[in-house]
Design a protein around this ligand. Structure first.
Ligand SMILES: [Zn+2]
Length: 206
């Protein structure tokens, strides 16, 4: 018997032909919880990034989800959106690059939340960037963000080729993080850089 990852309500299960041939989508949420999230599929252009696709809006349910996942470190929640991510990241010829966490932050949070979203969805990825700053974008004004030192560098020994890269982050707010990361990949030789984020938020303080 499986239960909803968010409310522990028992999920109805029936064994059908999809189970037998292994194509059935794994259901991790009950209907009550899943209808609280607002799927939006917002597509935007960035400054240096070619395209940013965000799957969900930042509503109350999503705010609670992020809190439980990132701050209360409930790693099982990495599976909640696994099917959604898998369905938009199904191209074969792209290289998936998570936005990295600063090593000190990873120790504090116990796991890299973006990596875990991809692992839960069985999406292969490679780390090409290293976070060199622990500053948090959402707490800064535009002037402060522009005056900042670089957030990332390309990992030592990494060579990029003329390929198509997709950056992954949990939330797209100001775009500073994604545009900086895209600029680095392009300078290093990437042909095309897009991003997919789970959430689109105007600000983190709404
Ligand atoms: Zn539920």
């Amino acid at each position: 018997m499986s239960v909803c990852l968010l409310c522990d309500q028992t999920l109805e299960s029936s064994i059908g032909w999809q189970d037998l041939i292994g194509i059935k989508k794994t259901i991790n949420l009950c209907n009550d919880c899943s209808k609280q999230f607002e799927r939006a599929d917002i597509i935007e252009e960035g400054e240096t990034i070619d395209k940013i696709t965000s799957l969900y809006t930042y509503n109350e349910a999503m705010r609670e989800f992020l809190h439980q996942y990132k701050f209360l470190q409930d790693i099982a929640l990495a599976h909640v959106f696994a099917h959604d991510l898998k369905s938009v990241l199904n191209e074969k010829e792209v290289i998936i690059v998570p936005i990295p966490m600063h090593p000190a932050k990873k120790i504090e949070r116990t796991f890299a939340h973006v990596d875990e979203l991809l692992k839960a969805a069985n999406i292969p990825f490679i780390h090409l960037l290293e976070k060199v700053s622990t500053e948090v974008m959402g707490e800064k004004s535009k002037e402060e963000r522009l005056a900042m030192k670089p957030l990332f560098k390309i990992k030592p020994g990494i060579e990029l080729n003329n390929q198509h890269y997709i950056l992954i982050d949990d939330i797209y707010t100001t775009g500073t993080t994604l545009n900086q990361a895209a600029a680095l990949l392009k300078e290093a030789g990437a042909k095309k850089v897009e991003a997919v984020t789970l959430i689109r938020a105007e600000t983190m303080n709404q």
